[in-house]
Design a protein around this ligand. Structure first.
Ligand code: NAD
Length: 310
């Protein structure tokens, strides 16, 4: 028995599930609320989840689980230590969306720099260049060439983002707990975290959510950044202390932030970031071009096959 707890994220109408169907009796739920997780898993052995949490309690109450496939790169929704202690392999899908997420980080950054949406809205409303309703100076444009792009987490997506930044004429500072000096070049240098905070015009987060990275964008670190810095987060919401970022946006210390991820998803109506200016928020969609979702499904099936073949 194979259960997918939150298939809606893959858009089942768009992506074929036949690769999973070949391996068992497949049930795909669109979404599973917390109070239905145990009931829906029942005695199924193979579980796929994207964002539905699998806790220690779930594993205890669903003793038939033999395999967990996370339909995502980040696997913080699963208590992997506990799964490991019970001999249950947990697989993730690290490579399917590398290009898509790096591209999205730049979609966010370019929107902060150009306000394409706001300018287009003005034109659609009939205001071509009429001030004050529409004026370039209400939405100042920013040129990126020559500026410094700071990357926290220089893995697959961080490196793909660096290639785009360099193609745009930016210098890159990269911080990672493991850094291969062979990756350095004239315009791409490894930096300690404090050097990156002090030297970057844009800071883009590409590290996973771990206790060591949680809250890495906080008031102490924001104080070390350049005035007018821009912050991009396509990684995980809890990397940012949202109250601290909101204050920094309101004071102008941070000129703009663009976030594909927030501390609680879906975002709560009380989230402080909904009320600040110059903060773009998208609903965790960086990974979602159709090309990426197809790749994700194919790798999920390969992971299951690898498990079934021992
Ligand atoms: P990756 O594993 O290739 O790279 C992560 C890098 O972070 C690694 O080089 C690792 O050494 C580094 N790192 C780990 N702990 C660190 C620390 N304490 N300080 C600095 N660096 C540290 O992962 P990836 O494929 O590049 O993905 C990065 C993240 O992007 C994922 O963890 C996930 O949270 C996020 N993601 C988001 C979306 C989306 O739709 N928004 C989609 C896919 C992935």
């Amino acid at each position: 028995k194979i259960v997918v707890l939150d298939g809606y994220t893959l858009n089942p109408g768009d992506i074929s599930w036949s690769g999973l169907e070949e391996h068992g009796e497949l049930t795909v739920y669109d979404r599973t609320p917390a109070d239905k997780i145990v009931e829906r898993i029942g005695n199924a052995e193979i579980i796929f989840t994207n964002k539905t949490p699998l806790t220690r309690e779930t594993f205890d109450r669903c003793p038939e689980i033999r395999f967990v496939g996370v339909l995502a790169t980040g696997y913080n929704v699963v208590d992997t230590e506990y799964a490991k202690s019970r001999g249950i392999p947990v697989t993730n899908i690290p490579t399917y969306g590398t290009a898509a997420v790096a591209q999205f980080a730049f979609a966010l950054l370019l929107e902060l720099c150009h306000h394409v949406g706001a300018h287009s809205d003005s034109v659609h409303k009939g205001d071509w260049t009429k001030c004050p309703d529409f004026c370039y100076w209400n939405y100042p444009l920013v040129e990126l060439a020559g500026k410094t792009f700071g990357i926290i987490g220089f893995g697959r997506i961080g490196q793909a983002a660096a290639r785009i930044a360099q193609a745009m004429g930016m210098k890159v500072l990269a911080y990672d707990q493991f850094f291969d000096p062979k990756l350095e070049n004239d315009e791409l240098k490894y930096a300690r975290l404090d050097e990156l905070f002090a030297g970057s015009d844009v800071i883009s987060l590409h590290c996973p959510l771990f206790p060591s990275t949680q809250g890495i964008i906080n008031k102490t670190n924001i104080a070390k950044m350049k005035d007018g810095v821009m912050i991009i987060n396509t990684s995980r919401g809890p990397l940012v202390v949202e109250q601290d970022l909101a204050k920094a946006l309101n004071s102008g210390k941070v000129a703009g932030a663009a976030l594909d991820v927030v501390s609680t998803e879906p975002i709560g109506s009380g989230n402080v970031l909904l009320k600040v200016q110059n903060c773009i928020i998208t609903p965790h969609i960086a990974w979602a071009p159709r090309e990426s979702r197809n790749r994700l499904m194919n790798i999920a099936v390969d992971n299951l096959k690898a498990f079934l073949s021992g």
